[in-house]
Design a protein. Structure first.
Length: 149
């Protein structure tokens, strides 16, 4: 992992952007009056970015992977709640589909990052860093180019 802090992780940046959008849509119309759904989707969205941050800060790959799995689950929860919001008429179909697709993309990115961490010889900041591996460095470059798409 080459990011010096969680704020530099593309998955965290996308989660932040999506959380901002979730807060925007929950402030309007019927969504704003449905306190239960509004609160739940906001909490799930915040959970995605918070678990990415907390996992990163733990300093170990295994813990990071666990927190990424929670973030991925919360990403699915947001998608499910967007379907509920669409069914209730709180969000139009176009907006719902766009947000669902963006959350699906984020979920895939989180999964790919988890797979990368599982295959990496680097065990985290709280452990001694291993010697550089040319094959992993090549994979890291490929992964970074994929994540930037």
């Amino acid at each position: 992992m080459t990011a010096s802090n969680f704020e530099k992780l593309e998955i965290w940046q996308l989660a932040r952007t999506l959380t901002r959008r979730i807060y925007e849509i929950t402030r309007n119309g019927g969504f704003a009056r449905d306190f239960g759904l509004s609160n739940q989707i906001q909490r799930a969205s915040v959970s995605v970015m918070s678990n990415i941050a907390e996992g990163y800060e733990r300093g170990g790959n295994q813990e990071f992977i666990q927190f990424l799995a929670i973030a991925k689950g919360s990403c699915g929860e947001v998608r499910c709640q967007l379907y509920v919001a669409q069914d209730q008429g709180y969000v139009n179909q176009e907006e719902a589909v766009a947000l669902i697709d963006q959350h699906r993309k984020l979920s895939i990115m989180i999964h790919k990052f988890m797979e990368h961490l599982k295959g990496s010889s680097f065990k985290g900041q709280k452990y001694k860093a291993p010697k550089p591996d040319a094959k992993m460095a090549e994979f890291d470059v490929l992964l970074q180019s994929y994540l930037k798409k």
